[in-house]
Design a protein around this ligand. Structure first.
Ligand SMILES: [Zn+2]
Length: 234
């Protein structure tokens, strides 16, 4: 292989590495964000579980107030009943007492139902807390790992860029360097490629002429693919 082609190939390897590192530097923070979003979902689930429990508690409190009010009424009616001298009023007050006692009974049944529901809602809070704690642990670990990877890649990128500067100075032919840069962008990072024994350019996958193939093999001059212009080596 010609020395200049060898140098360009080394440069291309470095450029591909820089490209891969730069895309990873974009991707890692996105992965960190995605991990945080998983945490947000579990945090929200816990908030919902707490809020459901709270709503139920308020309903229980309101029922207790309603029950208390009715019990006061019952006491008042019973006092009136005790004080009255009239038979029909006594009976009427007694019926009222029965009606309120029935209401208290219904409300107390409902209260029991809500208290059972409270047990269920309480265990949902504890499930959500456990989920959140577990996710928090995993997410913390994942974010820390990603951060370490990000820091490593940043150092690696800086080192690779320094290495590239050295490689560039080794290529004496400015025009060849320009051609390389143009081809690298145009051929999606495949500017310097092997031509196979079947004369196939591995950048565009089209067969080159026997003359081009012979030139690539002899190395007397730089050989370019007849179709895509990529720099060829055998
Ligand atoms: Zn080609």
């Amino acid at each position: 292989m010609r020395d200049d082609v060898k140098q360009l190939l080394a440069l291309q390897d470095t450029d591909q590495k820089i490209q891969a590192l730069e895309s990873e530097l974009v991707r890692i923070p996105q992965l960190q964000e995605a991990a945080k979003e998983r945490l947000a979902k579990d945090t929200e689930s816990l908030a919902t579980a707490k809020s459901n429990f709270q709503t139920n508690e308020i309903e229980i409190k309101n029922l207790e107030l309603d029950i208390g009010t009715r019990k006061n009424t019952i006491d008042r009616l019973k006092n009136q009943q005790f004080e009255t001298k009239k038979n029909d009023e006594y009976t009427k007050l007694g019926q009222e007492v029965i009606r309120y006692e029935k209401e208290v009974d219904d409300l107390e049944t409902r209260e029991l139902e809500l208290m059972e529901k409270a047990d269920d809602l309480r265990s949902k809070i504890s499930d959500a807390e456990q989920n959140l704690a577990q996710t928090q642990g995993l997410v913390d670990e994942e974010i820390a790992e990603l951060q370490a990877r990000l820091d490593d890649r940043k150092i690696e990128l800086a080192e690779t860029k320094t290495a590239r500067e050295t490689l560039v100075t080794q290529v004496d032919d400015e025009d060849l360097l320009d051609t390389y840069h143009r081809l690298y962008n145009k051929r999606e990072s495949q500017a310097v490629v092997r031509v196979t024994s079947e004369r196939i350019c591995t950048s565009c996958h089209i067969q080159v002429t026997p003359a081009t193939f012979a030139l690539a093999q002899s190395g007397t001059a730089i050989a370019h693919c007849d179709n895509c212009s990529a720099i060829l080596f055998p």
